[in-house]
Design a protein around this ligand. Structure first.
Ligand code: BG6
Length: 503
């Protein structure tokens, strides 16, 4: 979508500017915002990193990233040349005060040139062990002293557990106001994820049945064919529960289960989301095995290619007990959701790459059709497909054409690719624009992050203290360990099949 209204003059300071995130995601996103006319005329990106590299090579490196990863494909030379004029580079150590005084000089000079106080956005595209130091330096240097316009952006993982998340929150709060802090969960920027709110609260049809009286269960599956790639070091400290469930999947749970907000003010939406997390039933240590399953991939086949097991991946211990798959069942103890199981599942090196939410409705209360009419009878399901094919599909029973009454399930579907021809923005485009506009609706507040950690801590504690003895327990290219099937089968359910491919 092209814009007609521009945001305030903005300086984005990317700390960790020569890293992967900047190359693959941030600059391609800023470039697309530029092409769509969202970027103000007074705008600059200052890349900061320890690397000794010229501004010219820095720009070339980013150009290469845009060519490779932009949703629009290769950048046109004239457009890129013009855009890249607003990119500068500063070599600096993150622990050195001189880096921050150079930034003060650069930002003040720009503001003087533009004649306004600009948004100063500090994007920490660095490993989590640098968050604290950088946040303190930005705070003590006074670079973000303007509370309305000084903003700090923190990527996940936000802490390693509840205590470290609290510690990081305390540290941030001693340097910034909560309204200056943008904790990114890129899932919240995805089109289909935002559409959950529109689907639920912009239609009168679904909300009346969106509760325990009509819904049997909810499933959220995020499976990836990719392995841990070159992130072995990080993944060995994280695992699937910390990497995906504590953040992305919990956020999806919030969107599916929250009460209707009174308005779309950031804090109202975030209050309703945190209500969900606060209502999650506590899992006691002795119950963890009934509520959660872990797995690790061994060697296998993906799309006809042999792939190695997790323990053979670079930077991974040959005896690693880290989970690359996690599934869990949770309950929300409130009036709307009491007794409805919510199943979460995520894994690497699975048979397919798909993120999907399935809402399974209850069966009809009375089956009036005679058994011979029922071809393949199933209760209604609503499938929200987040990726790769974005869409929503309602599955219901219909009479198959013919002289006899014969019931079969059919789909009523909404498919983004068919319905819209305009390009869909990447999650980072949405989130960066929101940061520039000062809208924190799609960002996690301190209490939200802590409540999400609280929900998974009993599992983390038990798993950390008791390394799995049966790893690897699923082959790459499969649907994960058998125990995950048992987790859901015990309640009489099965993991849902996925949406049909676009025809
Ligand atoms: C990241 C995780 O947050 O999300 C990765 O650290 C994961 O391990 C990625 O692969 C998945 O994101 P997406 O947008 O590709 O579904």
């Amino acid at each position: 979508m092209e814009n007609t209204q521009k945001v305030n003059p903005t300086i984005i300071i990317i700390l960790g500017a020569t890293g992967d995130l900047t190359w693959r995601k941030l600059i391609p996103a800023v470039y697309n915002l530029y092409l769509d006319n969202w970027i103000p005329d007074s705008f600059e990106v200052i890349g900061v990193s320890r690397k000794r590299i010229s501004e010219k090579s820095f720009r070339e490196h980013l150009h290469d990233g845009v060519n490779k990863f932009s949703r629009r494909g290769k950048a046109k030379k004239t457009e890129w040349d013009k855009f890249s004029e607003c990119i500068t580079y500063l070599k600096g150590e993150f622990d050195d005060d001189a880096t921050y005084s150079s930034l003060e000089k650069k930002t003040t000079a720009l503001e003087k040139k533009w004649g306004v106080a600009a948004n100063r956005i500090f994007y920490l595209a660095v490993p989590p062990n640098s968050f604290e130091e950088i946040a303190m330096k930005i705070g003590s240097s006074g670079l973000a002293r303007n509370k309305q316009q000084g903003r700090i952006v923190i990527e996940k993982p936000f802490g390693h557990d509840l205590d470290s998340a609290k510690h990081l929150n305390d540290l941030l709060h001693s340097n910034f106001d909560e309204c200056q802090i943008y904790r990114i969960d890129h899932y919240l920027g995805k089109e289909t994820v935002q559409n959950i709110l529109a689907f639920r609260f912009a239609n009168a049809l679904f909300e009346p049945i969106w509760n325990r009286n009509y819904i049997e269960s909810v499933q959220i599956s995020v499976s990836e064919q990719l392995g841990v790639e070159n992130r072995g070091n990080y993944y060995e400290t994280a695992g699937a529960l910390r990497d995906m469930i504590q953040n992305h999947l919990m956020q999806l749970v919030c969107l599916i289960a929250m009460e209707p907000p009174v308005s779309f003010e950031a804090d109202e939406v975030r209050n309703r989301k945190v209500d969900v997390l606060n209502a999650l039933r506590k899992i006691h240590p002795f119950e963890v095995n009934q509520f959660a399953v872990r797995g690790q991939y061994g060697a296998g086949w993906i799309n006809g290619k042999k792939v190695i097991g997790y323990r053979e991946e670079p930077d991974v211990s040959a005896t690693s007990a880290k989970e690359t798959f996690a599934a869990m069942k949770l309950f929300i103890d409130n009036w709307r959701w009491q007794g409805v199981p919510i199943y979460l599942r995520t894994g690497k090196r699975m048979n397919e790459t798909i993120s999907v939410i399935t809402v399974q409705f209850k069966p009809v209360p009375h089956q009036s059709f005679p058994p011979e009419t029922i071809g393949n009878w199933q209760p209604n399901t609503l499938t929200i497909n987040i990726q790769p094919h974005m869409g929503i599909c309602l599955n219901f029973q219909a009479k198959r054409p013919g002289l006899k009454m014969l019931l079969y399930p059919v789909d009523m579907s909404f498919n983004y690719e068919e319905s819209y021809t305009s390009g869909t923005p990447e999650a980072y485009e949405t989130l960066l624009l929101d940061i520039m506009e000062g809208d924190s609706t799609l960002f996690m507040r301190a209490d939200q992050v802590e409540a999400a950690w609280k929900a998974v801590m009993p599992i983390i504690d038990l798993w950390d203290a008791n390394p799995a003895e049966n790893f690897p327990n699923y082959e790459a290219g499969t649907t994960g360990p058998e125990d995950a099937e048992a987790l859901i089968a015990r309640d009489g359910h099965t993991w849902s099949v996925t949406l049909p491919e676009k025809k």
